[in-house]
Design a protein around this ligand. Structure first.
Ligand code: ZN
Length: 500
């Protein structure tokens, strides 16, 4: 007989999910469609629903149900899905309960002020406006970690928040390996002959670019019965469940390539969510909360597949029909341009290779803050020093340097490394995929990319949030996480591209 407590939990979660559903819908509308004067009303409704949802997620009633279901006699009778849900929810419930309400309020307040100060500082390109707020966020983050995970190393708590089980010993090992190989590789490439990008200048029709997005999403296996698209300043993916996953894009009149790769990237995030077991919908077992794993899927499509010349062979002619400029550009020239290595100041504009250095720099600064107690005043100089060492450039101002990302202003310390972890995992998946399905170049060239999407679905997507990153990598790749496959992939690819 089904446990009565489990039945109660199920209907409780259903109600919570309904609040969530409304919140997501409001969020989507505010991001894509709300007129200027409509924001206030939406924001009020959003505050109402999120307050209700917060009450439900911290209520005595929920705590009692989880407590009961976690007891061996009830727990052992649960299936593996519900065991996962109960364990995960109880862990988070207990953590949240340790945070004093007045501290949480002061944290939320400090964060809002910090985010505003960051915007102002970035516009004025003046770090001194942001520095006191950054300092406050660092202090508050330390306090928060002391409540949620007492006795644990703060930076490890932060890393674990975004990638379960991750710690700085593992990160150090991976990033040291990468630095040793990539710093000289970047130097070599920057000294080599660069491709001519003058052919790509011009005006690209926005409506035609939207058709290219549709072509690309179709091609990689985005399911339109379970998804839709919108336009925003910064592209993102969101989902209500596996049956409704939405991506956005930003189109540039003078650059068609940017939106193509955003479409493939967000499409990768979306396909992941669409292929999660629908039985997990509306619970913590569904949507994947490990950022490195999520990013590994968007980046696998964007970089491993999308920046491979063979990916484009079956569709390059169609691309030229939609955007005639590409009829005058050979596939080889296009391939060189989408892999053009440039040492730029801005992370989000960086190519696949120098991107790694942008992340390593941020990781090292976060570690310096939380482990070595480096002061906020010392950070800009440290930033510049590392830019010089890794990319041979020094930002001309704060907006181009330390103020470029929003993450720290919102207290998201420990988030950056997950972007690069995603690429490191990708190197490993590529090995596993080729072992099981054969040469990736051949699969792509022959237009059989659907086989790759199916493989990723079976190996990774269907499990949603239910496996830790460590377990996932072990199951899919049969070994511990290592940067070696990614380094090998980079070396092979770039020595051919740049005739090194
Ligand atoms: Zn992403």
């Amino acid at each position: 007989m089904m446990s009565q407590t489990l039945e109660n939990l199920k209907s409780y979660l259903k109600r919570m999910d309904q609040y969530n559903h409304v919140m997501e819908l409001l969020f989507w509308d505010m991001e894509t469609n709300t007129p200027k004067l409509g924001f206030e009303g939406h924001a009020e409704a959003l505050t109402f629903f999120s307050t209700e949802q917060f009450k439900m997620s911290t209520s005595e009633e929920l705590g009692a149900m989880l407590e009961k279901l976690a007891k061996p006699q009830e727990f052992d009778a649960l299936d593996s899905k519900w065991q996962f849900i109960v364990t995960r929810m109880k862990r988070d419930f207990d953590k949240n309960k340790r945070i004093p309400a007045e501290f949480y309020e002061s944290y939320v307040m400090a964060r809002a002020e910090s985010e505003n100060a960051w915007k102002e500082a970035k516009n004025a390109s003046d770090y001194s406006i942001f520095a006191p707020h950054l300092e406050k966020m660092i202090t508050k983050t330390r306090e928060m970690a002391a409540y949620t995970d007492p006795g644990k190393e703060v930076y490890n708590v932060l890393l674990d928040q975004y990638e379960e089980g991750m710690n700085s010993d593992t990160m150090d090992r991976l990033f040291t390996e990468l630095k040793k190989e990539l710093i000289p590789l970047v130097k070599q490439i920057l000294a080599a002959k660069q491709p001519d990008d003058s052919k790509f200048a011009g005006h690209y029709d926005i409506e035609a670019q939207k058709k290219v997005q549709k072509l690309l999403l179709d091609y990689i296996g985005f399911d339109w019965n379970k998804g839709t698209v919108g336009e925003t300043e910064h592209p993102f993916t969101m989902n209500f469940s596996s049956k409704d996953v939405r991506v956005t894009n930003h189109f540039h009149e003078h650059d068609a390539i940017s939106a193509m790769f955003s479409a493939i990237h967000e499409g990768g995030h979306a396909i992941f969510e669409q292929q999660v077991n629908p039985d997990f919908d509306g619970t913590v077992a569904g949507s994947c909360s490990n950022m490195g794993i999520h990013e590994s899927q968007s980046r696998f499509y964007e970089n491993i597949l999308g920046r491979n010349k063979n990916f484009w062979m079956p569709i390059y002619e169609k691309l030229g029909t939609l955007l005639p400029q590409f009829q005058k550009i050979s596939l080889e020239e296009f391939y060189q341009e989408i892999n053009h290595v440039r040492n730029s100041f801005i992370r989000i504009d960086a190519d696949e290779l120098t991107y790694c250095m942008h992340i390593i720099l941020r990781y090292e600064l976060e570690k310096a803050i939380f482990r070595d107690g480096v002061s906020v005043e010392e950070l800009p100089a440290l930033w510049n020093e590392k830019m010089q060492e890794y990319l041979q450039i020094i930002p001309g101002n704060d907006a181009q340097g330390i103020l470029q990302d929003t993450h720290w202003s919102g207290g998201s310390f420990g988030y950056f490394p997950s972007y690069l972890l995603g690429s490191i995992y990708d190197g490993m998946y590529l090995d596993a995929l080729q072992e099981q399905l054969g040469n990736v170049d051949d699969i792509l060239k022959e237009g059989r990319i659907a086989e790759i999407t199916k493989w990723l679905g079976e190996q990774i997507h269907q499990y949603g949030n239910t496996r830790t990153p460590g377990k996932l990598i072990e199951d899919v790749c049969g070994k511990e996480v290592s940067a070696e496959p990614l380094i090998r992939h980079f070396k092979k690819k770039y020595s051919e591209l740049y005739a090194l």
